[in-house]
Design a protein around this ligand. Structure first.
Ligand code: CUA
Length: 357
């Protein structure tokens, strides 16, 4: 718990800085003000109640030998202890309702983002923009394992943060693909459960560019503590430039996927993918380094079983050094590398695996 909180805020906090944060949005500030108002009301009530209690214990202690009071109902007192709490509750309900109305602002948004929780990463989809990606943890686990026991701070970084523009109303539509997660960024005062089959809605409007951090906050399995949220808020110009780049990337990928590939082209591309990702263990010759890194040349899976072959490349092989490449390779690169391997060491026909398989 302690480690989780430290890592969340990512920087050294004074040991007594235990209060909630005011955050960086109108909503987060009004949530903070409400929190402080209710806090002080509770402090005053607590001081009064405990004050009277302690006073009574001392003033009426046994050595005083006072006679206990003996009386029946007292209308005045009963009315008072009904009316005063009622006034206090109404006094708290007014600002609480005002804050709730602020949070549930139904007006049109400028940017809509679908957020999906997975075990254990977030997926962001910019609705109407054809831009979507996973946000994967990149902080090495051994670094975390080294620092955490010493109580040192570490940052949970991701490969692709959620990027949003300043000044715009950004709507989040939050759901999950497997189990219940929860998307939480304290500085934005956004915290919503991500539930499979449901869409929860929230929004934010951030004025200052910056990196704002959060974490999954619903226990969701083994790596619950390692699915950080990183929000990168940029000026509208920087955001537009980023979005343009992302769209160009997506368009290029779509073009590659729908293109009619010839066998030679695909094999050539696959060879490059193989050189980058596979050669270190399986060798350029495909002979591997048995027994740790099996030979692909002449292997049953490479020659005959395309499905099993794809499955291993995408998901890796648990208990071995074979990593999952599903997140790193596009559909085209996946088809290319498998076609290359089949062609180099597989059946003589050199059958092609198309990106749409
Ligand atoms: Cu996802 Cu906890």
């Amino acid at each position: 718990m302690g480690i989780g909180l430290w890592s969340l805020f990512g920087q050294a906090q004074a040991a007594w800085d235990v209060n909630m944060r005011a955050g960086v949005t109108d909503v987060s500030r009004s949530v903070f003000d409400l929190h402080m108002a209710i806090f002080w009301i509770c402090v005053v009530i607590g001081a009064l109640v405990f004050g009277v209690m302690i006073y009574s214990m001392i003033a009426h202690r046994r050595s005083k030998r006072l006679h206990s009071a003996n009386f029946h109902e007292n209308t005045k007192v009963e009315v008072l202890w009904t009316v005063i709490p009622l006034l206090i509750l109404v006094g708290m309900a007014v600002p609480a309702t005002r804050t709730l109305i602020h949070i549930y602002d139904p007006t049109e948004s400028d940017v809509d983002i679908q957020i999906t929780g997975y075990q254990w990463k977030w997926h962001y989809k910019y609705l109407g923009e054809d831009v979507e990606f996973f946000s994967n943890l990149t902080t090495p686990r051994d670094q975390i394992n080294n620092l955490a026991p010493k109580g040192e701070h570490y940052l949970l970084e991701v490969d692709e943060p959620l990027v949003i523009p300043t000044g715009a109303k950004v709507r989040f539509l939050i759901t999950a693909a497997d189990v219940i997660h929860s998307w939480w960024v304290p500085e934005l005062a956004v915290k919503k459960d991500a539930i499979p089959g449901f869409i929860n809605e929230s929004w934010t409007r951030v004025e200052e560019p910056g990196i704002y951090r959060g974490q999954c906050t619903e226990l969701c399995g083994k790596d619950h503590g390692f699915m950080p949220v990183v929000v990168d808020v940029r000026s509208p110009e920087d955001y537009a430039a980023w979005l343009g780049e992302k769209k160009a990337e997506a368009a290029k990928l779509a073009e590659l996927t729908s293109k009619e590939w010839t066998l030679d082209e695909l094999v050539a591309r696959g060879e490059k993918v193989y050189q980058t990702n596979c050669v270190a263990c399986h060798q350029a010759s495909g002979e591997g380094m048995p027994p740790t890194f099996p030979a692909l040349k002449g292997s049953q899976i490479v020659t005959q079983d395309v499905e099993a072959h794809i499955n291993i490349v995408v998901n890796g092989k648990p208990g071995t050094s074979m990593a999952a490449f599903g997140k790193q390779l596009s559909e085209v690169d996946l088809a290319a590398v498998i076609t290359y391997e089949r062609n180099a060491w597989g059946n003589d026909t050199g059958e092609m695996v198309t990106p749409k398989d």
